[in-house]
Design a protein around this ligand. Structure first.
Ligand SMILES: Cc1cc2nc3c(=O)[nH]c(=O)nc-3n(C[C@H](O)[C@H](O)[C@H](O)COP(=O)(O)OP(=O)(O)OC[C@H]3O[C@@H](n4cnc5c(N)ncnc54)[C@H](O)[C@@H]3O)c2cc1C
Length: 392
């Protein structure tokens, strides 16, 4: 693709830079001082919810991939917060835009974008992770409502969420992909119990969620009863895109390079050590490949062609690379790399250690690496399907 910016795009870049400069005092080291106020400012100026129609609380700009790219690059360069990118904003909002009813769009998109309503995703169950269509949480008809009973697991932020977008089985006798509905309900509904699960980061980032006769109006189903599998896949498409942003990975690589320039062993900079340098160069080559893959996606989107295999490698590469970058940072820190809790020698407030542990989970969440590789080989490369395991 031609990477030269037109004068119009160069002007747009200047505008974004001027905005970030003017509001420098409202954020610090990637964090807004007031999250909700910052989010409102971004939406009002078209730097968040940019292409979402004004009628639903967005900025209402025409999609322009180059402008979006410029915004991302400038925010990363300024270390400015990108605004709220939680599961509601990144996954539910685009799903409602594609398949929600007019009423659902009007009711939920605006408050979600502004950060006033926090959502969690109720997909996984103890026996239904990669094989999600096996889910058993059932919704039994009770007049205009469903009564929902069952269990979800690994539900990120369920302990903070106001609402859940949840997959339930409404037609127990239908084939497993056809009896599922996608339904929205408040986490305060009677019959919901949330139990925290502590991860190796030491924090309880996700939960088990139990439902006992939770009464939810049938009108809360998104995309039609029994069509939940299709709606769930619409959400997953957006989740996988969100988990593999090459700009974020490049920013992390640049932070690693800085770290390796400043940390020393016996007076020698880590970056001058041939073994560490070799590992860094291998990662750098992969980050560049990921970046150019991102440009292939941009070109495809601009010319209206399908991205094909290029689109499938994003989540797999992004999550694995982020983890490997954090792993090299920890090795480069040597003994300091095993510190975690506050202390005078802790570097970057323990972010490298936290990323290393948390990003291992992201290689699993939203589709494991093994499943991603199967999708790439089967749908992308046209290789034969993996044989199903023999029935016990
Ligand atoms: C950090 C994190 C956050 C999460 N957040 C949420 C959330 O908010 N909401 C939610 O609903 N879920 C969430 N999950 C759950 C996540 O989607 C599941 O963990 C994931 O889908 C894998 O399912 P599983 O854990 O049941 O593993 P399993 O499906 O049991 O897989 C176990 C292993 O077997 C492999 N495997 C399974 N089937 C195949 C196959 N056909 N071919 C090859 N290998 C296979 C897998 O790749 C994996 O290595 C989260 C998970 C993590 C780690």
């Amino acid at each position: 693709m031609d990477l030269t910016l037109t004068p119009e795009m160069a002007r747009f870049r200047d505008e974004v830079r001027a905005f970030l400069q003017a509001h420098r005092s409202e954020y610090d080291a990637g964090q807004p001082k007031d999250v909700l106020a910052w989010q409102r400012l971004l939406i009002d100026n078209g730097y968040a919810a940019r292409t979402i129609p004004k009628a639903y609380g967005g900025y209402g700009a025409e999609p322009d991939i180059l402008k979006s790219r410029i915004i991302t690059e400038e925010f990363i360069r300024a270390d400015a917060p990108r605004g709220i990118a939680n599961q509601g904003v990144s996954m539910l909002v685009p799903t409602l835009l594609e398949v929600g009813s007019e009423e659902q769009k009007k009711q939920w998109i605006g408050p979600t974008l502004r950060g006033e309503v926090i959502w969690c995703q109720g997909y996984s169950e103890p026996g239904a992770g990669s094989d999600l269509a096996s889910l058993q949480t059932k919704a039994i008809e009770a007049g205009d409502d469903f009564l929902i009973s069952g269990q979800k697991i690994w539900t990120s932020t369920a302990h903070q969420a106001d609402m859940i977008f949840c997959l339930v089985r409404t037609e127990p006798d239908a084939p497993k992909h056809e009896g599922i509905s996608y339904i929205l309900f408040p986490m305060t509904t009677p019959g919901i119990e949330v139990r925290p699960l502590t991860t190796m980061t030491g924090h309880a980032e996700f939960n088990e969620v139990f439902f006992t006769d939770v009464r939810v109006p049938k009108a809360n189903v998104v995309g039609g009863r029994g069509r939940g599998w299709f709606v769930a896949n619409t959400t997953l498409k957006h989740e996988r895109g969100m988990l593999g942003d090459p700009n974020a990975t490049e920013a992390r690589l640049n932070a690693l390079i800085e770290l390796m320039k400043t940390e020393t062993v016996g007076g020698e900079r880590i970056i001058d050590n041939p073994l560490f340098r070799d590992r860094l160069m291998q990662l750098q080559a992969r980050v560049f490949a990921m970046k150019f893959n991102g440009m292939r996606l941009l070109t495809a989107a601009q010319t209206g062609e399908g991205a094909g295999l290029a689109g499938l490698v994003v989540k797999l590469q992004g999550c694995e690379l982020n983890h490997q970058i954090a792993a090299l940072a920890i090795d480069a820190l040597g003994e300091l790399g095993i510190l975690y809790h506050d202390g005078p020698h802790l570097r970057a407030r323990g972010n490298w250690q936290r990323n290393y542990m948390f990003d291992l989970g992201l290689i699993i969440g939203g589709g494991t690496a093994q499943i991603q590789k199967n999708i790439i080989s089967e749908r992308g490369l046209g290789m034969p399907r993996e044989p199903s395991p023999a029935k016990a």
